[in-house]
Design a binder for this molecule. Structure first.
Ligand SMILES: NC(=O)c1ccc[n+]([C@@H]2O[C@H](COP(=O)([O-])OP(=O)(O)OC[C@H]3O[C@@H](n4cnc5c(N)ncnc54)[C@H](OP(=O)(O)O)[C@@H]3O)[C@@H](O)[C@H]2O)c1
Length: 251
C-alpha cells in the first residue's frame, strides 16, 4: 500500500485519480481549495481518504496546506494535479507545485502537464508570479512546470519525477467538446505513483497514456531550468532542497 497526496482532487482528473488509487487499496490524501469544496469528495473521505485544504493562489494557504500534508506524511507520491487554464495560471500551475515539491518530502513527484506545453515560451523576463497581472499563458505555465519536473529529476537523484499529459478530456477545464477519453486520463498518474515497473523508475520522463512523448526542447535545457528555479526561489523565499546524503547514497 502506497501513501499518495493528490492536489485538486475535488473534480475532474484529480478526483478520478483519487478514486482509482482508493479502489486499489492505497492510502489517499485528497485536497480541496476550501472546506466548503470538501463536500465534492465527501464520498472519498467516507471511504477512508484523509483531506487537506488550501487555495493554491495564496502563498500563505499553500504553506498551511504543506503543514497539514506533512502532519499526514511522509508520502510515497505527490500528484500535482490542480490546475487552471485561465486567471492565476502561474500561482496554481507552477508556484504551488514548486513550493510543495520543496517542502513536502515524497519519493515521487508527478506533475500534470499538457501537450500545450509545446507552445510555451521559455522566457521569464518581466514575469509576475503572483498572477495579479496575467503575464504568461497556460502553455507557458505548463512548459514551466514540466521544466520543474526535469530540474527535479536532474538535481534530486533520490526522487522520481514525471510529467503527464492526460489528454484533452471533458472536465470543467476540458469542456464538453474534448475528444480524448476521460476514463483514461488518470491511469498514467495512478500507475506512476505506485508501480515498480522499470520504465516508470526512470526519472525525468513525459508521459501520455503510459507512453513517453516528445518534450519542448527547453524542458531539458539546464540553463533554463536553473533560471526557473532561481526565479521561483526568489518569489517564494524557499530553495529546492539538496538530496540528503543518506538518500543520495541509496539512489
Ligand atoms: N482537461 C483537459 O483536457 C486537460 C488537458 C491537459 C492537461 N490537463 C491538466 O490536468 C489537470 C487536471 O485538470 P482537470 O481537467 O481535471 O481540471 P478541473 O476539472 O478544472 O479540476 C481542477 C482541479 O484543480 C482545483 N483547483 C483549481 N484552482 C485551484 C486553487 N486555486 N486552489 C486549489 N485547488 C484548485 C479544482 O478545484 P475546484 O473543484 O474547487 O475548482 C479542481 O479540483 C490540470 O493540471 C490540467 O491543466 C487537463
Amino acid at each position: 500500500m502506497a501513501s499518495i497526496l493528490i492536489t485538486g482532487s475535488t473534480d475532474g482528473v484529480g478526483r478520478n485519480t483519487a478514486e482509482a488509487l482508493l479502489d486499489e487499496g492505497h492510502r489517499v490524501v485528497v485536497h480541496a481549495r476550501t472546506t466548503a469544496r470538501l463536500a465534492a469528495i465527501q464520498h472519498l473521505v467516507d471511504r477512508g481518504a484523509e483531506a487537506v485544504v488550501g487555495d493554491l493562489t495564496d502563498l500563505d494557504q499553500v504553506h498551511g496546506l504543506v503543514e497539514q500534508a506533512n502532519a499526514l506524511g511522509p508520502f510515497d507520491a505527490v500528484v500535482h494535479n490542480a490546475g487552471v487554464m485561465q486567471g492565476p495560471v502561474l500561482p496554481v500551475n507552477v508556484t504551488a507545485p514548486y513550493l510543495m515539491t520543496a517542502l513536502i518530502p515524497a519519493s515521487r513527484h508527478i506533475y500534470l502537464s499538457s501537450s500545450m506545453h509545446r507552445g510555451g515560451q521559455p522566457d521569464l523576463a518581466g514575469i509576475d508570479w503572483t498572477g495579479e497581472r496575467q503575464t504568461r499563458s497556460y502553455s507557458d505555465a505548463k512548459l514551466f512546470v514540466t521544466a520543474l519536473m526535469a530540474a527535479l529529476a536532474r538535481l534530486r537523484p533520490d526522487v522520481l519525477a514525471h510529467a503527464v499529459d492526460p489528454g484533452w478530456v471533458p472536465t470543467k477545464m476540458g469542456g464538453t467538446g474534448a475528444s480524448d477519453d476521460l476514463a483514461l486520463a488518470h491511469v498514467t498518474q495512478a500507475w506512476l505513483a505506485t508501480t515498480d515497473d522499470p520504465e516508470a523508475l526512470v526519472s525525468g520522463r513525459y508521459w501520455h497514456h503510459q507512453r513517453t512523448e516528445k518534450l519542448h526542447p527547453a524542458v531539458h535545457d539546464k540553463g533554463f531550468q536553473d533560471e526557473l528555479l532561481a526565479s521561483l526561489a526568489e518569489q517564494t523565499g524557499v530553495q529546492l532542497p539538496a538530496p540528503t546524503p543518506e538518500r543520495a547514497a541509496r539512489s
